[in-house]
Design a protein around this ligand. Structure first.
Ligand code: GLY
Length: 258
């Protein structure tokens, strides 16, 4: 497999974790819990600038701490994945939820998916424009429908029936100039300009269950209607107990092709 683009995966591979314990002095013990997050294969810290980079690091630290607290308290892998990704979606320095990049006609269209490694249940949404936290909607698709993937207005309408909050599309645009997310706006002028990245989280909980989730605004200046790998289970997200949990970031077309 040969890529000429930046791709990154957050992964828990069970065979490797089994070989050593986490948060334990006992080398032969099974892991208690583990969490891996990513804030995207967007621009490098030098491209982003110091202030934006610091905000991104702080956002990742906050997300990770949210996950650690839940897992240390016996939280489930699926609850942790959702809670961690929600913090990243609410933070305008990531390309997901509030900080999503724009289409070539200046709108936000978001994609997200989750997978539960215990049941192999999965849920996803694509092209949502009003749902504040697409990751929560993806989880409702998994738990409350017989489907795997809902798209566009139908997905936003489903959010209404699930008490998943909808917001005015202005919400996704309002903070990007105030809060250092102006880089995202410039990313939409020129694809090679600095931009923030897709977010993802993979978790092994203390019960031995794996879960994975990914959320994104997609690629900057994408065609309206374009969908990448993030809501495609098996491309952007995958989890299966005893095997692995994976969340990808990078140019989604490459994940789908490969
Ligand atoms: N990996 C995110 C996307 O291509 O949409």
């Amino acid at each position: 497999m040969k890529f000429n683009v930046t791709l990154l995966v957050a992964a828990i591979v069970f065979a490797q974790l089994d070989a050593h314990s986490i948060h334990s002095e006992e080398p032969a013990m099974k892991p208690t819990w583990a969490i891996v997050i990513h804030g995207g294969a967007g621009s490098s810290p030098t491209q982003l600038g110091e202030e934006s980079s610091q905000k991104r690091t702080a956002g990742l630290q906050h997300a990770l701490q949210t996950g650690r607290d839940l897992l240390a308290d016996g939280g489930t892998a699926m609850d942790t994945v959702e809670a961690v990704i929600r913090t990243l979606e609410d933070n305008p320095v990531f390309n997901a939820g509030r900080g999503s990049v724009l289409t070539n006609d200046g709108r936000v269209e978001m994609d997200a998916s989750v997978m539960d490694g215990k049941t192999l249940g999965c849920g996803a949404v694509a092209g949502v424009t009003k749902t504040k936290n697409p990751i929560s909607l993806a989880r409702r698709v998994m738990t409350n429908t017989k489907h795997v993937l809902l798209v566009g207005p139908g997905a936003d309408e489903f959010a209404e029936t699930q008490q998943v909050p909808l917001v005015d599309p202005e919400y996704f645009l309002s903070q990007r100039h105030e809060d250092g997310a102006a880089n995202i706006a410039s990313a939409n002028q020129e694809e090679d300009e600095p931009h923030f990245g897709t977010v993802g989280c993979v978790v092994l909980d203390s019960q031995g269950n794996l879960a994975a989730g990914t959320s994104t605004g997609g690629t900057a200046k994408k065609l309206p209607g374009r969908v990448g790998d993030s809501p495609i289970v098996g491309a952007g997200t995958y989890a299966a107990n005893g095997l692995c949990a994976v969340s990808g970031t990078g140019v989604g077309e490459e994940y789908i092709r490969n």
